[in-house]
Design a protein. Sequence first.
Length: 566
Amino acid sequence: MTSSESKRYSDFIRDIITGDLVAGKNNSRVHTRFPPEPNGYLHIGHAKSICLNFGIAAEFGGLCNLRFDDTNPVKEEVEYVESIIEDVRWLGFDWGDRLCYASDYFEQMYQYAVELIKMGKAYICDLSADEIREYRGTLIEPGKESPYRNRSVEVNLDLFSRMRTGEFPDGSRTLRAKIDMSSGNINMRDPVIYRILHARHHRTGNTWCVYPMYDFAHCISDSVERITHSICTLEFEDHRPLYDWFLYQLNIYHPQQIEFARLNLSYTVLSKRKLVELVEGGYVIGWDDPRMPTIAGLRRRGFTTESVVNFCERIGVAKRDSIVDIALLEHCLREDLNKRAPRIMAVLRPLRVVIVNYPEDKTEELDAINNPEDQGMGTRKVPFSRVLYIERDDFREDPPKEFFRLAPGREVRLRYAYYIRCAEVIKDNKTGEIIELRCTYDPQTRGGDSSDRRKVKATLHWVSAKHAIEAEVRLYDHLFLKADPNEVEESKDFKSNINPKSMGALNSCRVEPSLANAKPDSRYQFERLGYFCVDPDSSKNKLVFNRTVTLRDTWAKIEKKQKIGS
């Protein structure tokens, strides 16, 4: 996205940047970065950060880096790096030649750590991880100094050098900043800067066995890349004094860290740790499971780039955490698909209909509109014959009062076709299940309109039995039963709120023949049923669709009520 293509929004972050530009700060430069950890797939919350960082750079004529915070080789994989690159590109953003890695700066970070030791601002500590936590204190009690805090500079330099060469085992020693164990901010109580990890790194191999902690790597990477505005989520607000302390002590280029509220979405979880639990525990089929809030999952579900970006723009940027209703995300998707998705007819739960007064060997080609929202998409031909399929739910043998669809003796309109009347119901002799309807049609009503203008109260979709293509349709619902999945009883965890009916499959669906060559990721509106996307599992021999979203738009109703109330 270029600055000429960008829009201008208003929020507190943009106000800060505007003020900096007016004051001539940073030589009137704007340079942001998106710094994901390659330890999992990106989710919708990351999409908000991507849109914010790349969007701000575009709006102010600046630059944005894509930088991987690859400082923990135990949890990082090349697969995650590749998926992140794909996701950022799918959202429509380009980092040019600014694909960066924290590992690019490992040597520089190490030398900065040596400088802190020489200044007496860092020391090697032999306490275990549990002991460090114990010594740190609490929010109401000060910490206790490590017995190794006052080692000499020479001893610390020697030990740090030997840590680098692999002399010590994992967890035996750390490098800690020497700040203030009585600080009211626990992050300032001699935080760990380096730890020992004898693990192969996906880029540097076995070159290193000591790795910097995030707080140290983050500010150094920002400084090296001369980032002007380091935009982070709100949980890093308490870490900002540490960010500033490192840069101040080292007397190097100092970006400004700004925090904003992360995205919380109803009926899902956006904690990467919890998403890992879902994947590794087999609760979902993978990172791209269409029920997952990952960008890969949304893409497979059938979400469009435009709908996700529009959602991120609409929720805006705030300073306080809140939960956004997932109905807004679905609303943004419907708005976009309504304009671009071709309409087709599909029957998910087929009920056979035989039109007894229609010639057995006859087939007609009827005109059907591809998208009433876009006349430029034109029309297509839909075959009509003696035997059809309609939705099983569109017929009731003994209809309730408010049921206006097909019933014995009742007439309905077939979309783009004719009026039909149900004359006979055929049932299975053993089960009593309805297996076929025998109907008559009125040949004077072609196109679904009656020459004598008699009124019917329902229009049904249908497919021709001998022309239809069999397909599998996967139906998805919210992954969790509660709007806030983290609300659980004391003895349970968030997974106890998983919706057991969040995924289902229908294997004998029928779709019109125009979809014979439908490509994966193609999106359609199945008339009266919702929006659907061709799944990558599809092949020439088997079409597989994912239900992207239903037609029912609860957010539109909410907005309408709000407008009426105002």
